[in-house]
Design a protein around this ligand. Structure first.
Ligand code: NDP
Ligand code: OXD
Length: 308
């Protein structure tokens, strides 16, 4: 069995070692050093179009991430070639930690206490009511569901928005654009965990974000292009939104001159909310390759129409 590996990063060696250990019977080649002519499976992250164009006859393409928006134009790829994304592979736990931290920081007002410390001011603030501190999660997939479950455990009222209605214990489900405004209306912390698709790009614009109640807070851990940056700044500076924690950006790395860097009400991190873990991801991919070789079904096949 031949596997072709490509990532633009510098850590290929650890991936190739892990693939060799998990699939000792396979030959692992790296593109572009090797061609894609006799490849059975491709394992890739951000492949350039010329590589995608060479993968028309592979048995499956494994994307080294949950989001497949960075796969260049897939129109050249026959529908018979399954594109498989990572499902969880250790990312759900990381997302729970990251979002849980931000929600607790907002609810327990650590930013306000930091401001008070800056003024050497000793003042105990009244605790906001938890029962009205609703967290809304855009996206109720693998990661959104995990985050929702953890926030329910912490006692927050949680609602989630998805394309199809969901039955997640203790989570109020909203479905489709028709229910988006109602979903936003009482959301105090909005967590974005949607894939970037032709339907979701720029979803978080001034009109949508204005539907949030005064003082609401945004957490974007999905993709930067879901957000209209200028609209977020206008709503924070105008006082409608309290601030934002952003892990993802339209252009990454975030350009040095971008106003997000120095905004006092924006906390940002460099796309680290849930990183791809080599060991967990390779174990998942190897398991799926074995199932495909045995003609068994696998999870995580991207619906090319929906784009996720
Ligand atoms: P899933 O595919 O499991 O879940 C996607 C969810 O979004 C589903 O609930 C889906 O609805 C919903 N959705 C998609 N399109 C729409 C729409 N048009 N309207 C309403 N709901 C919609 O993805 P994951 O949970 O695994 O990952 C989510 C995203 O998180 C990834 O695509 C990626 O961009 C991002 N990510 C970011 C990371 C980081 O480090 N910052 C790390 C990992 C992922 P339905 O269930 O009805 O289909
Ligand atoms: C992903 C990511 O989509 O790392 O997995 O952002």
């Amino acid at each position: 069995m031949n596997i072709l590996f490509y990532t633009p990063g510098t850590n290929s060696a650890s991936w190739i070692d892990a693939l060799m250990q998990a699939l000792p019977e396979a030959r692992i080649d790296r593109w572009p050093a090797s061609s894609a002519s006799d490849t059975d499976y491709a394992v890739v992250w951000k492949p350039p179009p010329e590589l995608v164009a060479m993968l028309k006859r592979v048995k499956a393409i494994f994307n080294l991430g949950a989001g497949v928006d960075s796969m260049s134009d897939l129109s050249t790829l026959p529908r018979s070639v399954p594109l498989v994304r990572l499902d969880d592979a250790g990312m759900a736990e990381q997302m729970v930690e990251y979002v849980g931290h931000v929600v607790l920081r907002r609810y327990r007002e650590f930013d306000a206490y930091a401001d008070q410390q800056g003024e050497a001011r000793w003042q105990q603030r009244p605790r906001p009511s938890k029962s009205s501190f609703t967290v809304g999660i855009l996206g109720a997939g693998v990661l959104g569901t995990a985050v929702a479950g953890a926030l329910v455990q912490l006692g927050f009222p949680v609602r989630a928005w998805s394309r199809a209605r969901k039955a997640i214990p203790h989570v109020t489900s909203f479905a489709g654009v028709e229910e988006l405004d109602d979903f936003l209306a009482v959301t105090r912390v909005l967590v974005c965990l949607l894939p970037l698709t032709r339907d979701t790009g720029k979803l978080l614009d001034a009109a949508r974000l204005s539907r949030l109640p005064q003082g609401a807070y945004l957490v974007n851990v999905a993709r930067g292009a879901l957000l209209v940056d200028a609209d977020l700044l206008t709503l924070i500076d105008g006082g409608h939104l309290a601030g934002a924690t952003l892990d993802v950006f339209r252009d990454e790395p975030l350009p040095a001159e971008h106003p997000f860097w120095h905004h006092p009400r924006i906390v940002l991190t460099p796309h680290v909310s849930a990183v791809t873990l080599v060991e967990e991801s390779v174990a998942q991919i190897a398991g799926k390759i074995r199932r495909l070789e045995a003609s068994l079904p696998i999870t995580g096949i991207v619906d090319r129409e929906r784009g996720y």
